[in-house]
Design a protein around this ligand. Structure first.
Ligand SMILES: Nc1nc2c(ncn2[C@@H]2O[C@H](COP(=O)(O)OP(=O)(O)O)[C@@H](O)[C@H]2O)c(=O)[nH]1
Ligand SMILES: [Mg+2]
Length: 222
C-alpha cells in the first residue's frame, strides 16, 4: 500500500470502538441513537448484534465504524479483555446523576492501562444524561479535570435528546484516522514493523470485504 499522506481519498478505514461503563448509564442508548436514531425509555437488555456499524465520510476518507456494546456483562463484572482487545477507541460512559458510575469510569481507565499498557487505544470519557442536569451528582469540573489528567477527552451527551453524540464520534474518528496514518507512516519507514498492528487498524483500498468487521473480534457471547 502506498505510503500514508498521498492519495488518502480512496481508502476505507475500519475501526473498532468499544463502549464501557456501569450498567444503566446509557451505553446501549447512545449507540442506538447514533446508529439508528432511536431512543427507548426502558433499559434495553438485549441487543441483536454484538456491535452496530456506521459508515462515515470525513473529508473524503471513508470510515467503517463497528461500535461494540456490552450484552450487560458489566453487571456481573464479567467484561474481560476479549471485549476491548484490538479496539481503536474506547468510550467510557458515566451517568451525570450517578457519582458511583463516575468512579467506575476511573476503574476502567486503570483496567485498560493495566491490560493494554502502552498499546492503550484512544480513550474518551462521556457524561451522559445531560437532560437531567438538575439531578447532576458529578461536577463538570471534577469530570473534566480527571479526563485531562489521564489524557482523555471529555464530552457531555444526552441519548434522549440526541445531544453531543455526532460530535463525539466525529472527533473520535478524526483522531483514529490520525493514529492510523501515523501507524502507516511508521510502517512505511520500517521503524516499527511488528508493533503497529496491535490496535487492529485495517486499511483497505475501496470497498472492504464484508467479513472485515466480523473478523476483527470475537463475536461469541458467553
Ligand atoms: N434521561 C435520560 N435517560 C437516558 C439517557 N440515556 C439512556 N437513558 C435511560 O437510562 C436507562 C439505561 O439505558 P441503557 O442504554 O440501557 O444503559 P446501559 O445499561 O448502559 O446500556 C434507560 O432507561 C434509558 O432510557 C439520557 O440521555 N437521558
Ligand atoms: Mg446496555
Amino acid at each position: 500500500m502506498a505510503a500514508g499522506g498521498a492519495g488518502v481519498g480512496n481508502k476505507t478505514y475500519s475501526f473498532k470502538v468499544v463502549l464501557l461503563g456501569e450498567g444503566c448509564v446509557g451505553k446501549t442508548s447512545l449507540v442506538l441513537r447514533y446508529c439508528e436514531n432511536k431512543f427507548n425509555d426502558k433499559h434495553i437488555t438485549t441487543l441483536q448484534a454484538s456491535f452496530l456499524t456506521k459508515k462515515l465520510n470525513i473529508g473524503g476518507k471513508r470510515v467503517n465504524l463497528a461500535i461494540w456494546d456490552t450484552a450487560g456483562q458489566e453487571r456481573f463484572h464479567a467484561l474481560g479483555p476479549i471485549y476491548y482487545r484490538d479496539s481503536n477507541g474506547a468510550i467510557l460512559v458515566y451517568d451525570i446523576t450517578d457519582e458511583d458510575s463516575f468512579q467506575k469510569v476511573k476503574n476502567w481507565v486503570k483496567e485498560l492501562r493495566k491490560m493494554l499498557g502502552n498499546e492503550i487505544c484512544l480513550c474518551i470519557i462521556i457524561g451522559n444524561k445531560i437532560d437531567l442536569e438538575k439531578e447532576r451528582h458529578v461536577s463538570v469540573q471534577d469530570a473534566e479535570g480527571y479526563a485531562e489528567s489521564v489524557g482523555a477527552k471529555h464530552y457531555h451527551t444526552s441519548a434522549k435528546l440526541n445531544k453531543g453524540i455526532e460530535e463525539l464520534f466525529l472527533d473520535l474518528c478524526k483522531r483514529m484516522i490520525e493514529t492510523a496514518q501515523a501507524d502507516e507512516r511508521a510502517k512505511g519507514n520500517g521503524s516499527s514493523q511488528s508493533g503497529t498492528g496491535r490496535r487492529g487498524v485495517q486499511i483497505v483500498d475501496d470497498e472492504p470485504p464484508n467479513a472485515a468487521a466480523a473478523g476483527g473480534g470475537c463475536c461469541s457471547s458467553g
